[in-house]
Design a protein around this ligand. Structure first.
Ligand code: ATP
Ligand code: MG
Length: 583
């Protein structure tokens, strides 16, 4: 599908105050043209890191700030594009000296510090595969990922190594080198800095092809054990394009992506998209903190902000007071990804930050944004938006005999994408069967349920594992949870199906309250009544339980499968697919 003509039309039901009401446009789009905008390697081929940093240096932007690092304790460091190019060259040289190259996996288990960015870019330049591990994982998820990726190199810190890796090293025979960002050379480790210091600043251009493996990302494990999705260098075509067209990134913009680079968003949009578009990347080493975040948005004059519903919920929970008095006038675009963004969140952004959140939908497997409320169109609150140019999306049903059937507007079914975009995953590591099961008739089947309205906007319904059937009705958690979140007392909501002799399943909701509210029978009745008026008795929760916090993945997504397990009284052993916390 190299050539696609998209017809975007302005939408009724958009935010009245949004000034960006666009005329209908017909966009001639081809991936070949998007690819042609990239530099490419001097000898032919393509390399993500080259496009991210060396391209900017060659275009005369070497002195521009690529990375602005904010340390936990107030320290600040800036790296120009030229410096990042040099440091990543050194790391690539170091890898080569260690005998690490094409296709070898280099894992990073490290917080949001500059060495992580140097590692990612240097690994890509060396033709090796970068595989980030979330630094807050406990020893077991770390071991599983190191083993499954057959990592040859691990970049980490002394503390993380001692706590999470050292005792298991004997069981990781492929792991030849451990590089410590803050350590000295030792019996089984080397100093990261020492490796860089021993290498020259420059290096011949990489020799990767567009189809060489570049990134290995484990999914976040919301529905089960994480899968290792493989991406190739050609993904940069989509990263750069979506960074520009959906996040509106322009050279010199200050961009803050709050996702940790341990997850796909933190790499695709926390490193590659902003750098390939010449923006300045803000990296905050610290964890979420309401006041710190407002201060960063203001002080750093953030132009474009990409965050997630889990963070938006926390900001909303903290109320409007901490937002007050901050000058957020630099903020031009705010966007969200990772979970459904309820209309409440979109409108809250408009009211308290001066920008509505633009929802975007994509997955580890898609590598880049596929469906979005793009900056050229009014936001449709509660909708994920429209497919991007070059992306063909459909709502389908899998036929039992194989193949797919296309559904009409407003019908709920599985969200599918026609195969052929550059950042599509090229496999699940060591699981060809599972990879194949994702495709039918030339379409990639996402495992998410959605519907498309008559104007072509897509609405999230739920993950196929989370949807329930009650008395013959199919119910997705999104609509029930959205309504509960409209109630002023509700900070978080999660819905599951509870087995029932008569209805098959009934809707049960779990709710966390905002700080000023106290759980009571009266409030429970009020919330159920509130949902009934809006959703009708067939869809509204029949039962509602209060919790202090809802269980979440390490990336912050609500874990409905844990709520189900809790409801069914499964022993902890049955929850073993939940991944370890840091101890
Ligand atoms: P696993 O596949 O291991 O269960 P995961 O699907 O949570 O984990 P990711 O690839 O990080 O891992 O997440 C992608 C999923 O997140 C999507 O399939 C979708 O369910 C959800 N998601 C992402 N963006 C949105 C959005 N804008 N609206 C609703 N859901 C979203
Ligand atoms: Mg998934």
């Amino acid at each position: 599908m190299d050539k696609t003509t998209i017809n975007h039309s302005p939408s009724p039901g958009a935010l009245a105050s949004d000034p960006k009401v666009a005329e209908p446009v017909r966009t001639e789009f081809s991936w070949a043209a998007a690819r042609a905008e990239l530099d490419g390697l001097p000898g032919g081929g393509l390399n993500i890191a080259w496009e991210a940093v060396d391209r900017q240096v060659r275009a005369g932007r070497g002195e521009a700030t690529a990375l602005r690092w904010l340390g936990k304790t107030g320290e600040r460091r800036e790296f120009s594009y030229a410096e990042l190019a040099r440091l990543s060259d050194r790391f690539a040289n170091g890898l080569e000296r260690l005998g690490v190259g094409r296709g070898d996996r280099v894992c990073a288990l490290i917080g949001r510090v500059p060495d992580l960015y140097i590692t990612a870019l240097g690994t890509l330049k060396a033709g090796a595969v970068f595989c980030p591990l979330f630094s807050a994982f406990g020893p077991e998820p770390v071991r599983v990922r190191l083993a499954r990726s057959r990592a040859r190199v691990l970049v980490t810190t002394t503390l993380l190594y001692e706590r999470k890796v050292r005792a298991q090293r004997a069981g990781l025979p492929d792991l030849a080198h451990v590089l410590l960002a803050d350590g000295e050379d030792g019996a089984d480790v080397r100093a990261f800095q020492g490796l860089l210091d021993a290498e020259p600043d420059d290096r011949a251009p990489p020799r990767t092809t567009a189809e060489d493996w570049a990134l290995l990302h484990f999914t976040s494990g919301t529905t089960g054990l994480p899968k290792g999705a493989i991406h190739v260098h050609d993904a940069v075509t989509a990263h750069r394009l979506t960074g520009r067209s959906i996040l509106d990134l322009r050279p010199g913009d200050v961009f803050w992506c709050t996702a940790d680079p341990g997850w796909v968003t933190g790499v695709s949009y926390g490193i590659i998209a902003p750098l390939t578009n010449g923006a300045t990347l803000v990296v905050d080493e610290a964890e979420f903190d309401v006041r710190r975040w407002y201060a960063i948005l203001e002080r750093e004059r953030v132009n474009v902000w990409y965050t997630a519903p889990t963070a938006i919920r926390l900001l909303m929970k903290a109320g409007p007071e901490p937002a007050r008095g901050h000058d957020l006038s630099a903020l031009r675009l705010a966007a969200s990804v990772g979970e459904p963004l309820h209309a409440e969140g979109v409108l809250w952004g408009e009211e308290h930050l001066g920008q509505p959140f633009h929802d975007t939908w994509w997955q580890t497997e898609t590598g880049a944004i596929m469906i979005a409320n793009d900056p050229g169109h009014p936001v449709r609150p509660g909708s994920m938006g429209q497919p991007l140019p070059g992306i063909e999306a459909a709502i389908v049903r899998r036929r039992p005999e194989g193949g797919v059937e296309f559904l009409a507007s407003d019908e709920e079914g599985e969200l599918a994408l026609r195969v052929g975009w550059p950042s599509m995953f090229r496999g699940y590591l060591d699981d060809e069967e599972r990879y194949r099961a994702c495709f039918a008739d030339g379409w990639y089947l996402s495992g998410d349920l959605a519907r498309r309205d008559a104007d072509g906007y897509f609405w999230f319904v739920g993950r196929s594992d989370d949807v329930i059937k009650t008395a013959g009705h199919l119910i997705g958690p999104f609509e029930v949870e959205s309504v509960l979140l409209e109630h002023p007392a509700v900070a978080e909501a999660g819905m599951i199906g509870k087995p029932d002799d008569y209805a098959g399943q009934i809707v049960k909701a779990f709710v966390a309250l905002k700080p000023d509210y106290v759980a009571s029978d009266a409030l429970r009745k009020e919330l159920i009544g509130f949902a009934r008026t809006r959703l009708g008795p067939a869809v509204a929760p029949r039962e509602l339980e209060f919790m202090t916090d809802l269980p979440k993945t390490r990336s912050g997504k609500i874990l409905r499968r844990l709520l189900r397990a809790r409801e069914l009284g499964l022993p902890p052993g049955d929850l073993s697919t939940v991944e370890g916390e840091e101890t």
